[in-house]
Design a protein around this ligand. Structure first.
Ligand SMILES: N[C@@H](CCC(=O)N[C@@H](CS)C(=O)NCC(=O)O)C(=O)O
Length: 390
C-alpha cells in the first residue's frame, strides 16, 4: 500500500492554491504522511525558494533533500517513491486518459475556477484575503494579514484578462461549468473515482480546480453543494483519503477492468475539450510562430529570454462553446499535452489504434495526431526547448 511508510514529505503550499490542491490530493488519497508549510516558513525563504528559482507553489521537499516544483513533476516523483499498484495495472487507454485529464485539469477548467473566485467578491473576498494573508504572515495582527492578503488577491485577480474572463464571457463560462457539473454528477452517481473504484492521478489533477477553488471558495462551494452534491462528496473522499466510500460499499478498490475508461468520464472530457481543444490548438500555432521568429534559440534554452517560468505565447481568439474569447496562448499546458502524446506514441500499433479511438470519443484525437512544432521541456523550472528538438 503506498504511503504506509512514515514519510517526512514537506509540502510548501497554501490551502487556496489550485496546484497545491492537486499535490495534496495525491498525498491524502494515497495515505502518504506529510507536513504542509506556508511560503512564510523560514526554510521556504532560506532554502526552498532559492533552490527552485521560482516563487511558485507547490514545492515538495523529500527526506533525502530533493526539492521539486511543478505539480506534475512532483506527482512523477511521488509515483516513483510511493508506487501505487493500481497505477501499474492501468491499460493504455486508461493511461492516456490520465495524461489527458492532467492536461485538461491544468487550464481547461481555469476559466470557471477563476471566474467563480474573482467575480463574486461580495461572497468570496473577505475569505480569500484572509486565506492568502495567513499563508504569508501568521500569526500576525489582523491588519497585517489583510494588507498582505489584499496584495496577493490583486495580483491573482489580474490574471482574468489573460484567461479571457470578463462580463461578456461570464454567461458562457457559467453555462459550460453548469454542464460540467451535470456530467460529473452523472459520473459520480456510478463510480467513486474518475477511473472506477480507486483514486488515480486523474482525480488528483481534477482536484486542483474543483477542490482548490470551486469546492472551497464560498460562492462556488454552495453552488456545488446545491447542484452537484455527489461531486462535492468526491472532493471530500479525495481530501479525506477515505478508504471505502460509503456510497459504494462494494466497489473493489481498483480501476475498471479491461482498460475501460468510464463512458461518463469520456462525456466530461468531451465537453471540456469541446472548448479547450481549440485553446490548445491555437496555442500550438502560437508556439510554431514563436519558433519561426526565434530560429536562433538552441535546445535547452528557455522559451522566455527574461526567464518567465510559464511564458505566454501571444494573443489568440478561442472558440469557447460558440463565444469568441480573446486571451493569451499559454505554453505550459502544451508541455502537458506533449506528455499525453508521448503516452500515445509509446504504444504499439494495435494499442495505439484503441487509444486513439478513445481519444477521438473524448474530443482529443486531433490534438494528439497533428504535427508538433517543437519539443518542450523544463529547465530550472522554466519552459524550455527540449534537447531532442534540434
Ligand atoms: N505549473 C505549476 C503552476 C503553479 C502555480 O501557478 N501556482 C500558483 C498558485 S496556485 C502560484 O504560485 N502563483 C504565483 C503567481 O502566479 O505569481 C504547477 O503545476 O505547479
Amino acid at each position: 500500500v503506498p504511503g504506509e511508510q512514515d514519510a517526512d514529505v514537506f509540502l510548501y503550499g497554501a490551502p487556496a492554491s489550485l496546484y497545491t490542491a492537486k499535490v495534496r490530493a495525491w498525498l491524502s488519497a494515497f495515505h502518504v504522511a506529510f507536513q504542509e508549510r506556508f511560503p512564510s516558513h523560514l526554510r521556504y525563504r532560506s532554502v526552498i525558494r532559492p533552490a527552485v528559482e521560482t516563487h511558485r507553489i507547490p514545492v515538495v521537499e523529500f527526506p533525502d533533500g530533493t526539492i521539486v516544483q511543478d505539480s506534475t513533476v512532483i506527482l512523477d516523483a511521488f509515483e516513483r517513491r510511493f508506487p501505487d499498484p493500481n497505477a501499474s495495472r492501468l491499460g493504455p487507454c486508461q493511461r492516456l486518459a490520465v495524461a489527458l485529464m492532467e492536461a485538461l485539469a491544468d487550464r481547461g477548467l481555469a476559466k470557471p475556477a477563476m471566474h467563480y473566485r474573482w467575480s463574486f467578491l461580495a461572497e468570496n473576498e473577505a475569505y480569500l484575503v484572509g486565506e492568502f494573508g495567513r499563508s504569508l504572515v501568521f500569526p500576525a495582527p489582523a491588519e497585517e494579514v489583510e494588507r498582505l492578503g489584499r496584495r496577493v488577491a490583486a495580483k491573482m485577480a489580474a490574471y482574468l484578462p489573460m484567461l479571457g474572463v470578463d462580463a461578456r464571457t461570464a454567461p458562457a463560462i457559467e453555462a459550460s461549468y453548469g454542464r460540467t457539473l451535470g456530467l460529473l454528477e452523472a459520473h459520480f452517481a456510478r463510480h467513486p473515482f474518475a477511473l472506477g473504484g480507486a483514486p488515480s492521478r486523474a482525480d488528483c489533477a481534477l482536484m486542483g480546480p474543483l477542490f482548490g477553488h470551486l469546492a472551497r471558495d464560498p460562492y462556488p462551494r454552495l453552488l456545488m453543494q446545491q447542484t452537484a452534491p455527489l461531486t462535492f462528496r468526491w472532493t471530500e473522499r479525495m481530501a479525506w483519503g477515505e478508504r471505502q466510500a460509503p456510497e459504494f460499499p462494494n466497489a473493489p478498490r481498483a480501476p475498471l477492468p479491461n482498460d475501460e475508461v468510464p463512458a461518463t468520464l469520456v462525456a466530461v472530457m468531451r465537453h471540456v475539450f469541446a472548448a479547450f481543444a481549440d485553446e490548445l490548438g491555437k496555442s500550438l500555432e502560437a508556439l510554431a510562430a514563436w519558433r519561426a521568429a526565434h530560429p536562433d534559440r538552441r535546445p535547452g534554452d528557455w522559451i522566455s529570454p527574461e526567464g518567465a517560468d510559464q511564458p505566454a505565447l501571444g494573443p489568440i481568439v478561442v472558440d469557447y462553446h460558440g463565444v469568441a474569447i480573446e486571451q493569451q496562448a499559454l505554453g505550459h499546458p502544451l508541455w502537458l499535452l506533449q506528455r499525453a502524446r508521448d503516452v500515445l506514441w509509446s504504444l504499439g500499433s494495435d494499442e495505439r489504434s484503441r487509444a486513439l479511438a478513445f481519444a477521438d470519443a473524448a474530443g482529443a484525437a486531433d490534438l494528439l495526431t497533428r504535427p508538433w512544432p517543437v519539443r518542450l521541456t523544463r529547465v530550472r523550472n522554466r519552459l524550455a526547448l527540449d534537447t531532442a528538438s534540434a
